[in-house]
Design a protein around this ligand. Structure first.
Ligand code: WTA
Length: 635
């Protein structure tokens, strides 16, 4: 018998040990007992981190939507699968049952087929948090098309880059979106993007804001009439366990975004198993993850993980501040939410508004609170614990990544004693290692180092779309035979992990990963700019904010610096999106560089963080004199 649902600490240790000693037997039992396969695997696991190549459940056949929908129909057909809560609190919520979801996914799948989408084709989904987003994801999976969801806050340039990188044939979009008090012209962004995307031949448009938008003849089609006309019966395409399920882009420290490729069987097993345990989901619970499906958290823990367990998953279109800062709590009370999963940046923003908004609502339904996306600071942790969970709902601080597909280090609520700011223990099957700078593993407790994972887990990304070499270099080259996460961590005296943050040039702003290179590229497009460098500095709500050092081409540039700052941020908004805007821009005559011409970001980071008492070794700099100048003019 597999241990699908862990309920005690001893059980955790026992199952953990088994999952490490006999990983293949362990995962085989979980897979066999809790999922629906059209054919069993020939081999549970083959792997080589040198190549790198990882295969789970090779030879098995399945369709993930049969696991997420069809198999629940006889037992939970009338249970709400997706509970849609609109942006506007006066608009009624929509309860989509498993039976209704089945019909809607099948109809959508038939529309995709009818428009020429076949197994293996890439479909870009650029939608707000409306039911069509979850449904289109599942419709792609139904027919074996590879979905590539792009967060609908990205600009047209960023969207075009992602569409072209994976050669998407189709885009699924909406006429617009509601976000708090704003409406956003999403279709206009798509139109701009598609000027540079020759491979896209159709755009399906969902109606959300009912605005009168231009539709391009022969390319754009309103979705609803197609759905109305489609059959609600679509046979699931039978996929190999290792067939790609989706591509999801994440920022790297250099170069263009990385299209992480996730495959079907292992991803399903791991996201479902983690969901069950990390949220201790039981049958009548109402689970709510506030993430956007445009990010991995939404893929794994709004759509696939919850639905694979037959759960009710809340999908919220709006923002925490609209119509006021009580909105989250209003929703918790209204739907009697039992598990609530959000990001530290949201917690900090809510905490800043005080407890007045919380006190108006009954939060007694809450059993488990989750956090993800960046390290949670002690103050935010306690605020969450005291005021939201009333010290009765354990906080699961879940560490994981787009690349890992599922939660990797986390407490199990009611099982693992929590400790503020600690993600605590590795989840079942996960073997973390802390490495020193010389590539040696640091054993023992009360140590810190670079966080790696030593052994494959079922939901790890298998490659970067179109660039396996980059996958190897980014994740498997820094430390031999290990997956390198890019994060630093410490391990305390009892073996609990605390994630300390990125050790590369990725900066997490409001929980969004931003690579420095694409932002610098955007700034450098400004005609007055010669060169730039971006670093992060601490911010009360966003966790980190961005600080840009900019060298102008003409030292005698007389234009107003504030106007230049606005123009630079405008360029960033156009190229990437508003999430990447800089909080501070310092104009400078030079940037500290090593003799090989590399910008020494360490120094710039210290200046931005106002930690200038010890700048470290500057003797290797080509131009040490600029450092003083930058310090004197720091913002
Ligand atoms: C950071 C989000 C500390 C980390 C699921 C990681 C965290 C990056 C935590 C991945 C946490 C995520 N504590 N840091 N609980 N969760 N991170 O790809 O730096 O958007 O590498 O995936 O977020 O972000 P991504």
């Amino acid at each position: 018998m597999s241990n699908y649902h862990i309920k005690h600490l001893e059980e955790y240790y026992q199952v953990y040990r088994k999952s490490i000693r006999e990983p293949e037997n362990f995962w085989e039992e979980v897979a066999e007992e809790h999922f629906m396969w059209r054919k069993k695997w020939d081999n549970v696991l083959s792997w080589d981190f040198n190549k790198p190549e990882v295969k789970w459940f090779e030879g098995a056949k399945l369709n993930i939507t049969e696991n997420c929908i069809d198999r629940h129909l006889s037992t939970r057909g009338d249970k709400t699968a997706i509970l849609f809560e609109p942006n506007d609190s006066s608009e009624p919520a929509e309860h989509i049952t498993y039976k209704q979801l089945h019909k809607r996914v099948n109809k959508f799948a038939n529309v995709l087929k009818d428009k020429g989408i076949q197994k293996g084709d890439r479909v870009c989904i650029y939608l707000p948090m409306i039911p069509e987003l979850a449904i289109s994801v599942l419709a792609c999976a139904r027919i074996g098309a590879i979905h590539s969801v792009v967060f609908a806050g990205f600009s047209s340039t960023a969207l075009a880059t992602r569409i072209n990188d994976s050669d998407c044939k189709m885009v699924i979009a909406s006429d617009g979106s509601f976000r708090g008090s704003k409406t956003i012209d999403l279709k206009g962004i798509v139109d701009d993007a598609l000027e540079d995307c020759p491979g896209v031949n159709s755009v399906l448009v969902a109606k959300r804001i009912h605005s009168d938008i231009p539709m391009k003849e022969g390319r754009d089609l309103w979705l609803q009439p197609l759905l109305d006309a489609a059959s609600d019966d679509c046979k699931a395409e039978i996929m190999d366990a290792e067939d790609p399920l989706f591509i999801l882009y994440t920022s790297g420290s250099t170069g263009k975004p990385k299209g992480m490729v996730h495959t079907t069987g292992g991803y399903m097993v791991y996201t479902a198993y983690t969901f069950k345990n990390v949220f201790q989901y039981t049958e009548n619970d109402v689970y709510w993850c506030t993430a956007d499906i445009g990010w991995i958290t939404g893929h794994s823990y709004i759509v696939y993980g919850p639905l694979a367990n037959g759960a009710t998953s809340v999908m919220f279109e709006g923002v925490p501040s609209y119509p006021d800062f009580g909105r989250f709590w209003e929703i918790v009370e209204k739907h009697k939410v039992t598990q609530f999963y959000t990001a530290p940046t949201a917690i900090r923003a809510l905490a800043k508004e005080g407890v007045g908004h919380l006190e108006k609502y009954d939060l007694s339904s809450l059993k488990v609170l989750g956090t993800v996306g960046e390290p949670i600071n002690e103050e935010a942790w306690h605020w969450y614990d005291d005021n939201v969970g009333k010290k009765k709902a354990p906080i699961v601080d879940t560490w994981w990544q787009t690349e890992t597909g599922g939660i990797m280090i986390t407490p199990i609520p009611f099982v693992t004693p929590t400790k503020p700011t600690y993600a605590t223990l590795p989840f079942i099957g996960i073997q973390p290692a802390l490495m020193d700078e010389n590539g040696k593993e640091i054993k023992g407790n009360q140590v810190d180092g670079r966080l790696c994972i030593k052994f494959p887990w079922p939901s790890m990304a298998r490659t970067i779309w179109g660039n396996h070499q980059r996958y190897k270099e980014t994740y498997f080259s820094a430390f031999k035979d290990k997956y390198f996460t890019g994060d630093g961590a410490l391990r305390d005296e009892v073996g609990y992990y605390r994630i300390t943050g990125r050790v590369d040039d990725v900066i997490i702003v409001s929980g969004h990963n931003l690579g420095t290179a694409p932002i610098e590229d955007a700034i450098n497009e400004h005609p007055a700019v010669a060169e730039s460098a971006i670093v992060g500095f601490p911010h009360d709500i966003k966790g980190n904010a961005l600080y840009g050092y900019v060298i102008l081409k003409d030292v005698g540039e007389t234009r107003d610096h504030n106007n230049l700052r606005k123009e630079i941020n405008q360029l960033i908004t156009e190229q990437i999106g508003p999430i990447a805007k800089l909080d501070k821009i310092q104009f400078t005559s030079g940037l500290p560089k090593t003799r090989s011409g590399k910008i020494m970001r360490r120094i710039l980071r210290k200046i931005a963080c106002k930690e200038t008492s010890n700048l470290g070794d500057t003797s290797t700099l080509l131009n040490p004199e600029v450092v003083q100048d930058i310090m004197d003019n720091a913002l």
